[in-house]
Design a protein around this ligand. Structure first.
Ligand SMILES: Cc1ncc(COP(=O)(O)O)c(C=O)c1O
Length: 355
């Protein structure tokens, strides 16, 4: 079976984790701090605050920006539901925004058009590692705080800087499907000293300088996760280069025949996910099942979040997100994948589509 995704874990990761286990210090210690400093330097941000998942990063970012009841937050409609759920958990209303047909991200124009008098913040997603149009979005939203959901986008670049540099707070995920993994894990990035202090307080039971100052949960990262992350960081360039090479092979074979995600001119995707949109007339679940019979694991590409049970009752109509969610599948892509396996996936997909 050619798997959809596989993290690249080697001896360095195993040694790093074993050393933590031997040390006896398992949570929130020097390795978490080193991991934070390394990621902050990589993305060019003043502060990095490691947390337990990308979802926690989004929840803490909203809380640090004091988003709450009565507020509205703009959120692209096509995504894993975490960003929209985080808004709901904060007690605010999600204002869903459709995505661009080619880039699968919400444009600056669409975000600006969806803004109302109650809008307190905008979530901007670099979907599947594809950079959003950062400058256009900044121009479109003015001083409105942006939370960049860069869960998938470490190693990607906007036209003018690394993904993770757009948001008042930018959020990363280190889930095994992402570019680097720590098992579960996430991180908030910011240049604002006060927000960084709040995030550190919110991840640690609401403690500030030894006092419990607000009620908050535990979103800390373990030393085990940070050790894994530091070892993974050594591979980042190789991981991204290999993903780009494999995606290039897919694009060569499938471009012009199936709709693929396009990247803004001058920007660079890390290809965290390689999606294709199936033509009319094909049932995505049947295609996935037939691919499985041929030894290829293909995934659901994404979700039209406003159509999920968690937003039952929403009457929003966002046709592009709905189209991509209904017809998109994700093809296998991971750094150790061989070129011949890409050929095999392409052959299988053609075989299934030609019937
Ligand atoms: C765009 C986006 N945001 C947030 C998340 C949540 O990350 P985590 O799984 O680390 O909670 C994901 C996970 O798939 C995602 O794709």
């Amino acid at each position: 079976m050619i798997r959809l995704a596989k993290p690249w874990i080697g001896e360095d990761e195993q040694r790093a984790v074993a050393a933590v286990l031997e040390s006896g210090q398992l949570v929130q210690g020097p390795l978490v701090e080193r991991f934070e400093q390394a990621v902050a330097a990589l993305v060019g941000r003043q502060h990095a605050v490691a947390v337990s998942s990308g979802t926690s990063a989004l929840q803490l970012a909203l809380r640090a920006l004091q988003v709450g009841t009565g507020d509205e937050v703009l959120c692209p409609a096509l995504s894993w539901p975490s960003p929209a759920h985080a808004v709901r958990v904060a007690g605010a209303k999600v204002q869903f925004v459709d995505v661009d047909q080619d880039e699968w991200n919400s444009s600056g124009l669409a975000l600006r058009a969806a803004r109302t008098g109650d809008t307190r913040a905008a979530i901007v997603i670099d979907q599947f590692g594809n950079p959003a149009r950062a400058e256009e979005i900044r121009d479109g939203l003015g001083a409105l705080p942006i939370i960049e959901d860069a869960a998938c986008a470490l190693g990607s670049r906007f036209t003018n800087g690394p993904c993770g540099s757009l948001g008042r707070v930018s959020c990363l995920s280190f889930h095994p499907r992402k570019i680097l993994t720590t098992g579960e894990g996430g991180m908030c990035l910011t240049d604002d000293d006060d927000i960084a202090e709040k995030l550190r307080m919110l991840r640690n039971h609401g403690q500030l300088r030894g006092e419990f100052v607000v009620a908050a949960g535990n979103s800390r990262m373990t030393e085990i996760a940070a050790a894994l992350g530091l070892a993974q960081l050594q591979r980042l360039d190789d991981i991204v280069a290999r993903r780009r090479a494999l995606a290039g092979l897919y694009r060569e074979a499938l471009g012009g025949k199936l709709d693929l995600q396009s990247t803004p001119a001058g920007a660079e995707s890390n290809y965290q996910t390689f999606g294709v949109i199936l033509p009319q007339g094909y049932d995505r679940n049947v295609v996935r099942e037939k691919l499985r019979e041929r030894g290829v694991e293909a995934g659901l590409l994404s979700f039209a979040i406003h159509k999920l049970g968690s937003f039952a009752g929403s009457d929003a109509s966002l046709p592009i997100a709905e189209h991509i969610a209904a017809r998109g599948i994700a093809l296998p892509l991971y750094p150790q994948m061989r070129n011949a396996e890409v050929d095999e996936v392409v052959r299988s997909l053609r075989g299934v589509l030609d019937g």
